[in-house]
Design a protein around this ligand. Structure first.
Ligand code: TAP
Length: 505
C-alpha cells in the first residue's frame, strides 16, 4: 500500500478490530473508574454488536470532576498561563488529533455508524481545524479601552467564566466536542464534558491526547454516563459557572430549568432544526443543485441538526428537480461504514431506527407518497440502515413536514410565489439553517434577509467555515453560537475596570 492509498474495507475491519478503546472517566489528567464501579455497553450501530463497556459515571463523579476543575480554575494554572503558551498547547493538541486521525476516525465510525470516508475526511480534520482556529485566536484578541472622561481610564475586558460544563450529542461526537472545547478552553476556562452515551470513545482518546500535548491536569475532564444523571448533575451543579449544550430541543429546555433552579449559570444551547431548501424556477444548474440538496439531507444519515429536510420548490421546476435528485441518489450508496465507498452508514441505535421508520409510516398514513427509499435495509447485518427517502405530496400540516426526524428523510412541497416560498420556509418552530437557490441576485438577497434562520446559504448547502458563527433562531438555539470568535462570548464574562487617575500634584 502506498502512503496515500485509501485503506480497503478489509484493512479498516482489521484495524478496527485491533483498537483498544479508552473506557474510563478522564479526570485530573488520568483515567479512573466511576465511583460506583458501574459500566455500560457501547455498541456498533452497523452490527448491533457490543464494542466495549464504559465507566458509568453519576452525580458523585461530577462532584469529583467539578472539584478538580474548580481547583484548576482557581489556581490559574491555565487561565493565567501566558497566552502564547496556552496557544502552543492547544495547537499541539490539534496536531496530535490529526496525527492520530486514523485511530480516532475508526473509533468514531464503529461507535456511531458514520462512514469512514466522513470521519477521516470531515470530522477529524474539522476537529483539528476548530481547536487550532480558537488556539490561534488566544494571543490575537484584545480588550477595549472605553472613551471615558479625562482623569479616568476605563477598560472592558473578557474573563473566563471559570468552570464550564459541556454536554454533547452523538451525531458528530468529536466535532461537536471540539466546537465547544475550542472556544471554552481558548478563553481560559476549565471544563467538565459529558459525551453522548452512544459515542464516548473518540472524546476519551482525544482527552488523553490533550494531556500529551501539555494541557495541565484538571483542565479537561470527561465524565461518561447517562444524560438523566450525569447531564442533569452538570446542569444543576452549584459550582459550574456555565453550560454549553448541543442536542434535542426537549433536553435543551431542561438546562434552562436546571440553571433556574440552581445557580443561574450561563446556558448556551444549540438545538434541533427543520431547515428549508428553497429552489426557485430560474435556477439552472440542476446537477449541482441535486448534489447540494442530497448532501443537505442525506449527509450523516440525516442525523444533522442543520439537515435540509424540507425541499420547497417552485411548481414549474419540481419535476425536473426531483428527476435530478433521483439520479443523484446513485452517488449515495448505503452500507458498511468501514467501506470507503459508503456514503450512508447506520443510524445511531435501534430506538432511533424505529423512530425514523415510525415517521415514514406516519408520512404514508397522512397521505404523502414515498418516491425513493422508505424502508429498513441490510437487516441481515444486524445494523440500523435506512436508505435516502423522499416524500412527495406533502402538506405543511403533516408531522413529517413539521417535526425533526433526524434521519435521511426529505419532504417536498411546491410554491407559486416568492412570498409563499418565504412563508413556507418560516412556517416552523425552528430556525437553524436554510438554503436558497436562484440565479436572480435580487431574489437571493430578499429571501436571505427574510428567512428566519441562523445560517442562510445561497446556491449551496453550507454551515460556513470556522470564521462564521453557527447558531439558531427560535427553538433552534438559545443565547450563544458555536464557531468563530462569537463562540467566545458564551464562555466569558465582561468586566469593566474604571480607574480614577489623580491629577499631577
Ligand atoms: P438528547 O437526548 O438531547 O442528548 C444530547 C445529550 O444530552 C446527550 O449527551 C445526552 O446524554 C444528554 N441528555 C439526555 N437527557 C438528558 C437530561 N435529562 N439532562 C441532561 N442531559 C441529558 O438527544 P438524543 O437522545 O441524542 O437524540 C434525541 C433527538 O434529539 C434526536 O432524535 C434529534 O431529533 C435530536 N438531536 C439533535 C441534535 C442536534 S445537533 N440538534 C443532536 C442529537 C440529537 P445520553 O447520551 O446519555 O442520553
Amino acid at each position: 500500500m502506498t502512503e496515500d492509498a485509501v485503506p480497503t474495507t478489509l484493512q479498516n475491519h482489521a484495524d478496527a478490530a485491533a483498537l483498544r478503546p479508552r473506557t474510563q472517566l478522564f479526570i485530573d489528567g488520568g483515567f479512573r473508574d466511576a465511583v460506583s464501579g458501574r459500566r455500560f455497553v457501547t455498541e456498533n450501530p452497523a452490527t448491533g454488536q457490543p464494542i466495549a463497556e464504559i465507566a458509568e459515571g453519576g452525580p458523585e463523579d461530577i462532584d469529583v470532576a467539578v472539584a478538580v476543575a474548580r481547583k484548576a480554575a482557581d489556581d490559574g494554572r491555565w487561565s493565567r498561563m501566558s497566552p502564547a503558551d496556552r496557544k502552543a498547547i492547544l495547537v499541539r493538541w490539534a496536531s496530535l488529533i490529526e496525527e492520530n486521525g486514523r485511530e480516532i476516525s475508526l473509533l468514531e465510525t464503529i461507535d456511531s455508524g458514520k462512514p469512514i470516508g466522513d470521519t477521516i475526511g470531515i470530522d477529524v480534520p474539522e476537529t483539528g481545524n476548530c481547536i487550532r482556529w480558537h488556539a490561534e485566536a488566544i494571543d490575537k484578541l484584545y480588550g477595549q479601552v472605553a472613551p471615558s472622561p479625562e482623569g479616568t481610564v476605563a477598560m472592558v475586558t473578557k474573563e473566563p467564566l471559570g468552570v464550564v460544563g459541556l454536554v454533547i450529542p452523538w451525531n458528530y461526537p468529536i466535532m461537536m466536542a471540539a466546537w465547544k472545547l475550542g472556544p471554552s478552553l481558548a478563553t481560559g476556562n476549565t471544563v467538565v464534558i459529558k459525551p453522548a452515551s452512544a459515542t464516548a470513545l473518540s472524546l476519551l482518546r482525544a482527552a488523553e491526547l490533550a494531556s500529551e500535548a501539555g494541557l495541565p491536569d484538571g483542565v479537561l475532564n470527561v465524565v461518561t454516563g447517562p444524560g438523566s444523571r450525569v447531564g442533569e448533575a452538570i446542569g444543576r451543579h452549584m459550582d459550574i459557572d456555565g453550560v454549553g449544550f448541543t442536542g434535542s430541543t426537549e433536553v435543551g429546555r431542561r438546562f434552562l430549568t436546571y440553571a433556574g433552579e440552581s445557580n443561574l449559570k450561563r446556558v448556551a444551547l444549540e438545538l434541533g432544526g427543520k431547515s428549508p431548501q428553497v429552489v426557485f424556477g430560474d435556477y439552472t444548474d440542476l446537477e449541482g443543485l441535486a448534489a447540494n440538496m442530497a448532501f443537505a439531507i442525506f449527509w450523516n444519515m440525516g442525523e444533522n441538526c442543520s439537515a435540509g429536510s424540507r425541499l420547497i420548490v417552485h411548481r414549474s421546476a419540481k419535476d425536473r428537480v426531483l428527476e435530478a435528485l433521483r439520479a443523484e441518489l446513485a452517488n449515495w450508496p448505503v452500507g458498511d461504514p468501514l467501506d470507503p465507498a459508503t456514503k450512508i452508514g447506520a443510524l445511531i441505535s435501534k430506538t432511533h431506527l424505529e423512530q425514523v421508520l415510525g415517521y415514514i409510516d406516519i408520512g404514508e398514513s397522512e397521505g404523502a407518497r414515498v418516491v425513493a427509499g422508505g424502508n429498513r435495509i441490510l437487516q441481515e447485518t444486524g445494523g440500523y440502515f435506512v436508505p435516502p427517502t423522499v416524500f412527495d405530496n406533502v402538506r405543511p400540516d403533516m408531522r413529517i413536514y413539521r417535526e425533526e426526524i433526524f434521519g435521511p428523510v426529505l419532504t417536498v412541497l411546491e410554491f407559486d410565489t416568492e412570498a409563499e416560498a418565504v412563508a413556507l420556509a418560516n412556517d416552523t418552530e425552528y430556525g437553524l439553517a436554510s438554503s436558497v437557490y436562484t440565479n436572480d441576485l435580487n431574489i437571493a438577497h430578499r429571501v436571505a434577509r427574510e428567512i428566519k434562520a441562523g445560517t442562510v446559504s445561497v446556491n449551496c448547502y453550507s454551515e460556513g467555515d470556522m470564521t462564521v458563527p453557527f447558531g439558531g433562531y427560535k427553538m433552534s438555539g438559545f443565547s450563544g453560537h458555536d464557531k468563530s470568535a462569537h463562540a467566545h462570548d458564551q464562555y466569558t464574562e465582561t468586566k469593566t475596570t474604571w480607574i480614577q487617575v489623580a491629577p499631577r500634584p
